[in-house]
Design a protein. Structure first.
Length: 249
């Protein structure tokens, strides 16, 4: 197994525990708060501190994501109106070739604002080939976390997977089954929503990496809507289930 990279993200309410089989974890330890991780130059070309990261749209002279510290936690803040994509591990890692993969993300939505989907997480094999699609939508005094149950050809039907407060960290767990082309979702360890179909099941090839696709063909994308940024303090992938989310104090 490849050496696990730790980012040491601990909070008073939730402890990060390394899972057996973990083959990727977001590492922000080397970056000071305020560091812009992904931006565009005057021509719109992405300039990143990690070669496997990118951003969209390619609006010139814009910051797409920067490192911040909130509640004593170092996090990546996706700027409003931008999508950040990352593919930082190798297809040569055996643990990344499993037919079932577990993913864990920790998010914070700073304030209740906007309409419709104000942020999202996509787990993708390539552009326009999406497995799990998770969205955040303001409803009343909180946000609904939605799972996109796919029709296999790009269409989805949003289904509620959980509800979270603005300004509070929350955990999204996803189990991907590449044989069945389905995924399960849980928010803060509660009420698993199961057997959601991949958004592009008909176009999906192989398991996490398809045959004849280049190294790092699989990635995760996080998008912030126009109304507010999205903070992510944890992004991890494992061939084994993650430890249960501890109850918040």
């Amino acid at each position: 197994m490849k050496k696990i990279i730790l980012c040491g993200l601990l909070t008073a309410t939730l402890t990060t525990v390394v899972a057996a089989g973990e083959f990727y974890r977001l590492d922000l330890a080397e970056f000071a708060p305020g560091t812009v991780l992904v931006r565009t130059d005057a021509s719109g070309k992405p300039v990143t501190l990690r070669p496997t990261w990118g951003m969209w749209p390619r609006t010139p002279d814009k910051a797409g994501a920067k490192v911040v510290e909130r509640d004593g936690v170092k996090a990546l803040e996706i700027q409003p109106g931008f999508q950040i994509n990352s593919a930082e591990w190798s297809m040569s890692d055996n643990d990344a070739q499993q037919s079932v993969v577990y993913c864990r993300f920790r998010f914070l939505l700073p304030e209740l604002t906007g309409k419709g989907i104000t942020g999202s997480l996509r787990l993708q094999q390539a552009n326009n080939r999406t497995a799990a699609f998770i969205g955040f939508e303001p409803k009343g005094a909180a946000f609904d976390v939605l799972a996109g149950d796919g029709d296999g050809k790009g269409g989805i039907r949003w289904q509620k997977a959980g509800r979270v407060e603005p300004g509070a960290w929350f955990t999204v767990d996803v189990k991907l089954d590449f044989n069945k082309k389905t995924f399960d979702v849980s928010v803060d360890g509660r009420n698993w929503e199961t057997n959601k179909n991949f958004r592009h099941a008909a176009q999906w090839v192989g398991t996490m990496w398809a045959e004849n696709l280049k190294d790092r063909a699989y990635r995760y994308d996080i998008e912030a809507g126009a109304a507010l940024p999205v903070l992510v303090s944890e992004a991890a992938f494992s061939s084994d289930p993650f430890p249960a989310v501890e109850a918040r104090k």
